[in-house]
Design a binder for this molecule. Structure first.
Ligand code: ZN
Ligand code: ZN
Length: 353
């Protein structure tokens, strides 16, 4: 019995309806821009129009997933199906349905009781299965390969955009289904912007250059950041870099099943504060990821969450000094009983190019 159906039963409903792309893919295993997945007593009914239905039928989906061809409209098919099965009450994912969609669902399923529930697949999505772990491993291996490739591409005179474009092309050419998110490639003073956008600027010499990038594979995201120097780092830059590196290693060492997220955050934050850069670490230490690039839990100072075996977390402390630049180092780890497995294989000592 699926988590979604169990949750439905707990709410006195006869199924869970997902109209959003992420949860629809999660419960059915099939990506589409439109459609409905309905988790009910007998399995998952996946309602798709003819742009997707044939592909889904041939996609080798799990045995309990039944593809329903919607030739006369998706909601019409859902209505007929639920009437036939005697389903009169459904839960829907409150965090993924807009007010407009809710109105549309209510109008299309007039006699249906719809109960919004938050994070229907929440815990299940946090703990990754072997199949999900394999996808993330592949996504990260493409990302690591991309980093070693780009080190040979970075030279005087190239622009941030050229580097970002080369990375994106390389990842797709090497098996990525797509990008996990828009590539960040920011140089010099711009590297002080944690989510800066690559521009036409040529890379600044003897300054930090931060690249934050990831691939998606089988729908699952990787996420990695490396900061390098084009030219030579001065004393202060080295001190900043090594502080971030030490903080990142300390946070990774703190990760294991049962640890509080806030303690992982503190492991990194305390080192940065002790080095005198506390005010320049302006975001959380890490976040979970999977089908989405940012999932819960996150390692923040105020988090009440606990890490569990099977969760994926990024570990990405940083120091950002306005007008000077910034450093972030980000790996992705799988939480295990006694520690964690670091899926990021790229070196993280300071690289000067
Ligand atoms: Zn990142
Ligand atoms: Zn991240």
């Amino acid at each position: 019995m699926s988590i979604a159906y169990k949750t439905a039963v707990a709410h006195g409903a006869k199924g869970a309806l997902f109209a959003d792309g992420i949860n629809r893919r999660y419960v059915s295993g099939f990506p589409s821009t439109e459609g409905v997945a309905l988790c009910h007593e007998e399995g998952v009914a996946l309602f798709l129009d003819m742009r997707y239905a044939v592909s889904a039928e041939n996609a080798g989906l799990a045995e309990d997933v039944r593809v329903i061809r919607c030739t006369g409209g998706i909601m019409e098919a859902v209505k007929a199906f639920t009437a036939e099965k005697g389903i009169d009450k459904l839960i829907i994912e409150s965090t993924a349905v807009t007010i407009a969609e809710l109105e549309r669902l209510k109008a299309a399923l007039a006699d249906m009781e719809l109960v919004p529930v938050k994070n229907i697949c929440g815990t299940a999505r946090q703990i990754k299965t072997a199949g999900e772990i394999a996808c993330i491993r592949k996504a990260q291996s493409i990302t690591d390969k991309c980093f070693s490739h780009i080190l040979g591409f970075i030279k005087k005179g190239v622009t941030e955009k050229e580097v970002a474009a080369e990375m994106e092309y390389f990842m797709k050419k090497n098996g990525a289904e797509g990008l996990a998110f828009e590539t960040i490639a920011v140089s010099g003073a711009k590297s002080a912007l944690p989510h800066g956008v690559p521009g036409e600027d040529v890379l600044t010499e003897n300054a930090f250059f931060t690249m934050d990038f990831g691939a998606s594979y089988g729908g699952y995201c990787s996420d990695m950041t490396r900061t390098v120097v084009l030219g030579k780092a001065n004393e202060e830059m080295r001190r900043i870099y090594n502080t971030v590196l030490e903080a990142q290693k300390a946070a990774i060492a703190a990760i294991r099943d049962g640890v509080y997220c806030k303690d992982v955050d503190a492991a990194a934050r305390d080192i940065i504060a002790a080095a005198g850069y506390g005010e320049y670490f302006t975001h959380s230490t890490g976040h979970s990821l999977g089908l989405e690039i940012h999932e819960s839990p996150a390692c923040t100072p105020k988090s009440a969450d606990t890490l569990r075996s099977g969760m994926f977390m990024t570990v990405e402390p940083g120091i950002y000094i306005e007008n000077l630049g910034g450093v972030r180092i980000e790996d992705m780890v799988l939480v295990t009983d006694g520690g964690c497995e670091d899926f990021t294989a790229s070196p993280k000592e300071l690289i000067e190019i």
